[in-house]
Design a protein around this ligand. Structure first.
Ligand SMILES: Cc1cc2nc3c(=O)[nH]c(=O)nc-3n(C[C@H](O)[C@H](O)[C@H](O)COP(=O)(O)OP(=O)(O)OC[C@H]3O[C@@H](n4cnc5c(N)ncnc54)[C@H](O)[C@@H]3O)c2cc1C
Length: 490
């Protein structure tokens, strides 16, 4: 049996940032994740925008957290060595309804304290985004909007939480939970864990995890989303995040110049049943292509390199009717954080959950500290983490010096993104166990060939390094040297 002060269920971006914030306290922290790697759920498939807070209702938790998180994002990204592009955004209206929405968001943003907002005329819009249709009549410019690779942010938080002593149990699913006195007993498919507080960050399953202990109050009703990704040959052609505010009441288009040079178009809003989980839906992609033709008619969609889908965890209150739990509200709009006698649940955290991940993590850690009667601060907490060297972004001299000390950093494996064997080896050492895990950590396989030329080499390196790795009984790994020192093992 494993004893821990705080158990975090789920290692998406929210679980990883919660774990990181918990390691600032003098307590033991265990994260349980059912998948083989961190950040493979909602965190893997979203739009990657760091929002400013002008979309959120004044006075809401979302507005307050988003404005603060955005203000502090440069510092967070620097400390965790995560790429962050503060490219700004333009929201474009195509008629009177859209203009009203923009003016409302402008006022809302001002009241939330979002800096630098400005309304743009049609000509100013065209100057800011030359590919935008001339049918756009009004723009809202928000200089603070930015973009990240969402998994890069989550993985950085995972590594930093690990380095600060959090124990990650991967490939391990929580299947049952009960309360025994002041303790929670978590049964996983591998072991029993005793915890003094539990933070439920289980994403799409957060309602089911909560219901292991409590009667239903909120359930998640997922909807699907599709995206198209265009290759980095178009780098620089889209300068800002573009939000399209359509005239008809329907979902508009969002276009993102991603930090790796690719361009993202999406997401759609559709029924989750239109495609199996993980698959895109033909109607959704067709809708995206039509929207692109309307909003950015000269954006060459022939440069498409991949598509992907996502699931939105829409939370709705439920009540019992005729023996069934049925939704009563249309939707819960604010971040829903339940604190029920030491069980803290983040349920249905949608946009801007990625932007606010560090804030939400800190908030959950403060609730957990309350449940643990105010533990002391961890004096050894180190907020900094160094990422895997990105050799192709290095200055010539630095690159040469690195290759002299380790020739693997001179051997290119992914020709599309110039990713070296040294980077891939480091990704595997840090926890990648699949080609997808390597891809998310290094970008190998993200380029125009989508891994055709490098996947077999990546797979061979994974197999080789796994064969040579020291054998361990541990069901997961933590990334720390002696992860179990701060945890009681009975
Ligand atoms: C389409 C879409 C676009 C978005 N775009 C943006 C954006 O541009 N900007 C922004 O700020 N936010 C955005 N968001 C919101 C943001 O992506 C989410 O708030 C965030 O990623 C949620 O992370 P998570 O950790 O809660 O979920 P996840 O990443 O899904 O993590 C939950 C984890 O829990 C694990 N788990 C579940 N059950 C168990 C169990 N029983 N035992 C063990 N482990 C378990 C799962 O395997 C999973 O890894 C978007 C969301 C969606 C859906």
């Amino acid at each position: 049996m494993l004893y821990t002060d705080a158990a975090v269920i789920g290692a998406g971006v929210l679980g990883c940032f919660t774990a990181r914030a918990l390691t600032e306290l003098e307590i033991s922290v265990t994260v349980i994740e059912e998948k083989e790697d961190v950040c493979t759920g909602i965190t893997r498939a979203n739009t990657g925008i760091i929002y400013t807070g002008c979309d959120n209702r004044p006075g809401s938790r979302k507005a307050a957290m988003c404005v603060k998180a955005n203000r502090e994002f440069d510092q967070l990204a620097r400390g965790l060595d995560v790429r962050f592009s503060r490219c700004g955004s333009v929201m474009a209206a195509f008629g009177p309804r859209g203009e009203d929405v923009l003016r409302r968001k402008y006022r809302q943003g001002l009241s939330n304290g979002v800096p630098g907002l400005r309304l743009l005329s049609r000509d100013e819009l065209a100057e800011a985004e030359p590919l935008l249709s001339r049918d756009a009549v009004l723009g809202l410019y928000a200089p603070g909007t930015g973009t990240v690779e969402p998994w890069e942010l989550g993985i950085a938080a995972f590594e930093n939480a690990s380095a600060n002593g959090a124990l990650f149990r991967l490939n391990e699913k929580v299947i049952h939970m009960e309360r025994s006195g002041s303790r929670f007993i978590l049964e996983t498919d591998r072991e029993t864990i005793l915890a003094r507080t539990v933070i439920n960050c289980a994403g799409l399953s957060a309602d089911a995890v909560r219901e292991m202990l409590r009667v239903p109050a909120v359930r998640i009703f997922p909807t699907g989303a599709d995206y198209i990704v265009l290759g980095d040959s178009l780098k620089g052609q889209i300068r800002h995040v573009i939000f399209h505010e359509p005239e008809e009441k329907r979902k508009g288009l969002t276009i993102v110049p991603a930090v790796d040079g690719s361009i993202l178009a999406g997401p759609t809003e559709r029924s989750a049943d239109l495609a199996p989980e993980g698959a895109t839906c033909a109607e959704g992609l067709e809708e995206l292509r039509k929207l692109c033709a309307e909003v950015v008619p000269d954006l060459p969609l022939t440069e498409q390199i991949r598509t992907f889908s996502a699931l939105r965890p829409n939370p709705r209150s439920v009540q019992r009717e005729n023996g069934r739990w049925v939704p009563v509200d249309h939707s819960i709009r604010d971040f829903l954080i339940l604190n029920e006698d030491g069980l803290i649940s983040l349920i249905g955290i949608k946009t801007p959950g990625l932007t606010c991940a560090a804030e939400l993590g800190r908030f959950c850690a403060s609730l957990a500290a309350g449940a643990l009667s105010g533990p002391g601060r961890n004096r050894h907490f180190n907020p900094r983490r160094t990422g895997i060297p990105r050799v192709h972004e290095m200055k010539e001299n630095d690159r040469a010096a690195l290759i002299r000390t380790d020739p693997d950093f001179g051997e290119i494996v992914c020709q599309c993104h110039d990713v070296t064997a040294g980077e891939i080896r480091e990704a595997i050492r840090r926890g990648a166990v699949t080609p997808d895990g390597v891809k998310r950590r290094t970008g190998a396989g993200m380029g125009v060939c989508q891994g055709c030329r490098c996947i077999s080499r990546v797979q061979a390196m994974l197999t080789g390094m796994r064969k040579n790795a020291p054998q361990t009984d541990s069901p997961g790994h933590s990334g720390t040297e002696k992860p179990e020192e701060r945890h009681g093992i009975y």
